[in-house]
Design a protein around this ligand. Structure first.
Ligand code: HEM
Length: 533
């Protein structure tokens, strides 16, 4: 109570009103204890963010647990300060780290401070530009395998040269195979075997564990930082909602363990591969001896999950947008076919990263998909000290004053809205709410911008010391899949695809309205594209 009364106040910052009545008739109103969090977590991904941003501006005060103030931030300068300037002074929110620990173990996405610095330093050399470029053939190969699979399916059970395909099922398996080969030199076999245990476990992991949290779940997750560790672990072991996460942890650990053993043996025998883990050589150096076996397991599980669900969902949303606007799809296909013809004319068979320079429309589509549909819509941080946030746009406070920079108290929890920033009109223009790849082809207006994100100034891969280490990887993988899929197929909306929900479940997955329990669903009609010579 003393801390609450004496800390820097945010009461003048405007925001939505939360239901504050403690009782509903004779029953306790849980909503009053969870403030605006239900709307934030239960609506379509970022729907609340965009609504509040429109009404209150780029810094919005929302209510968290038991009336505590939090901020939802989409302001470029404030985000740049939090992500880049402050380094480790804005650590991840503890309760969200605990959630990522549940699905990947205490790996890089969980770690903070010095532990994070150490872990990241070990991993980074495997994810540089030359290393990532070298994996393009792996990504093209996996995408081609998926294309061949779909062609077989269409020829055996399609009608009229087409069939309806559930995108998330296949894209998740294909990106899992791609990350397996590139990061570990191992074929998971997700595309070959529909009974693949790991691929099947991942299929509904995120939607079952994180999708549509109930009010008691929101309350528990937001307060478990205050529980003693034994009670928290007991809850996590017993919770029915976490059953799938526990089962996947077992499968993930056993797959990761066999990969590590095989890799360590190969490296010790002088047979390193070209995958990230071989490049890092951790398993053949004294560092490995210093790391506990568990630390290696968590590194593997982090890459396995972070490296495939994100890319798969970005592809899901890209294909949906290309179906909604067929003229974009056709223009993209024409560019790809032209580039393929040039490749053949030069006596080559496979694209290299340098060829992408001659495919500006494809790069524009990738940038726009990353901007419009970030695979993660929120990031959660907490002020490690009393601080002052700089602002790009002055804020109109509720007492009529104008705020040009914002003092905030230590411990303040913030939601960095990745979607909100990516739709910020000051950064991306008045048409920021429209999916339009052409924006990336317009000449620059010469205005100096506050640069926040690591790529194209979108926040999709986060920024600063905690930015995505796999962003170059993801970029080349996205290009590879788009080339193979758009070159070989035409994609069309199905009646069910008209009712797709942006389902928040750690990542943003497509689900069909009212059928969220079935997990990620995006049925699109896939037709073999016929090239006119
Ligand atoms: C389109 C694809 C991807 C998107 C949108 C994406 C997005 C992100 C974001 C937003 C973060 C920061 C999360 C936070 O602050 O809580 C992150 C972190 C991370 N990503 Fe990615 N990612 C993608 C692909 C990948 C790939 C392919 C890999 C690995 C091969 C990867 C590995 C990681 C790791 C290990 C971290 C933790 C970094 C750290 O905390 O230092 N990601 N990613």
């Amino acid at each position: 109570a003393y801390r609450r009364i004496t800390k820097i106040s945010l009461s003048h910052i405007r925001g939505p009103i939360a239901d504050a009545s403690l009782l509903l008739g004779w029953t306790l109103n849980l909503k009053a204890f969870t403030g605006n969090l239900p709307e934030l977590y239960q609506s379509d991904a970022a729907a609340a963010d965009l609504k509040w941003q429109k009404t209150y501006g780029d810094v919005v005060r929302i209510k968290g647990i038991l009336g505590e103030d939090r901020l939802l931030i989409t302001d470029a300068k404030a985000l740049q300060y939090i992500y880049q300037t402050s380094g480790y002074h804005w650590p991840k929110m503890w309760e969200r780290r605990e959630l990522s620990r549940l699905v990947t173990g205490p790996g890089l996405t969980w770690a903070d401070g010095d532990v994070h610095k150490r872990q990241r330093k070990i991993m980074l050399p495997g994810f540089g530009t030359p290393e990532s470029r070298a994996f393009l053939p792996v990504f093209l190969g996996t995408a081609n395998k998926l294309a061949e699979k779909w062609k077989d399916m269409i020829s055996t059970s399609g009608t009229d040269g087409s069939m309806v395909v559930n995108m998330p099922y296949w894209l998740s398996r294909a990106t899992l195979d791609a990350i397996g080969e590139a990061a570990f030199g191992y074929r998971f076999g997700g595309l070959d075997d529909d009974k693949n245990e790991l691929a099947n476990a991942y299929t509904t992991l995120l939607s079952e564990t994180f999708g549509s949290p109930s009010l008691p779940a929101i309350f528990t997750i937001s307060t478990w930082a205050h529980l003693p560790a034994w009670l928290r672990h007991l809850f996590q072991q017993k919770s029915a909602r976490l059953h799938h996460a526990r089962a996947t942890e077992k499968i993930g650990n056993s797959v990761a363990k066999s990969l590590i053993d095989a890799k360590a043996n190969a490296l010790m025998g002088g047979k390193g591969g070209k995958d990230v883990m071989s490049l890092l050589g951790i398993l053949a150096t004294p560092i490995y001896i210093l790391l506990t076996p568990d630390t290696m397991l968590h590194k593997y599980r982090t890459i396995m999950l972070a490296g495939h669900e994100t890319t798969a969902n970005t592809l899901n949303w890209t294909l949906l947008e290309l179906c909604k606007q067929p003229h974009i799809q056709n223009k993209l296909r024409a560019e790809i076919w032209d580039a393929e013809a040039t490749l053949r004319a030069n006596g080559r068979t496979q694209f290299e990263v340098s060829d992408f320079e001659n495919m500006p429309y494809m790069t524009a589509v990738v940038k726009e998909a990353l901007r419009f549909h970030p695979a993660l819509h929120h990031a959660y941080r907490q002020a490690g000290r009393d601080d002052v946030l700089p602002l790009s746009t002055p804020l109109q406070a509720s007492d009529g004053t104008v705020v040009t920079e914002l003092p905030v108290p230590k411990g303040l929890k913030i939601v960095a809205s990745i979607t909100g920033y990516n739709r910020n009109k000051l950064v991306f223009g008045e048409d920021a709410d429209v999916f339009n790849p052409d924006r990336w082809l317009r000449p620059s207006d010469g205005k100096k911008q506050t640069v926040v994100g690591v790529y194209a100034n979108v926040l999709t891969f986060a920024a600063g010391v905690r930015s995505c280490i796999g962003w170059r990887f993801a970029l080349y993988e996205l290009h590879a899949f788009i080339i193979e899929l758009i070159s070989n197929f035409e994609f069309e909306l199905t009646p069910e695809a008209e009712h797709i929900r942006r389902h928040p479940c750690l990542v943003v997955a497509p689900t069909i309205e009212g059928r969220e329990k079935e997990g990620a669903q995006l049925p699109l009609r896939v037709r073999i594209a016929v090239k006119g010579e």
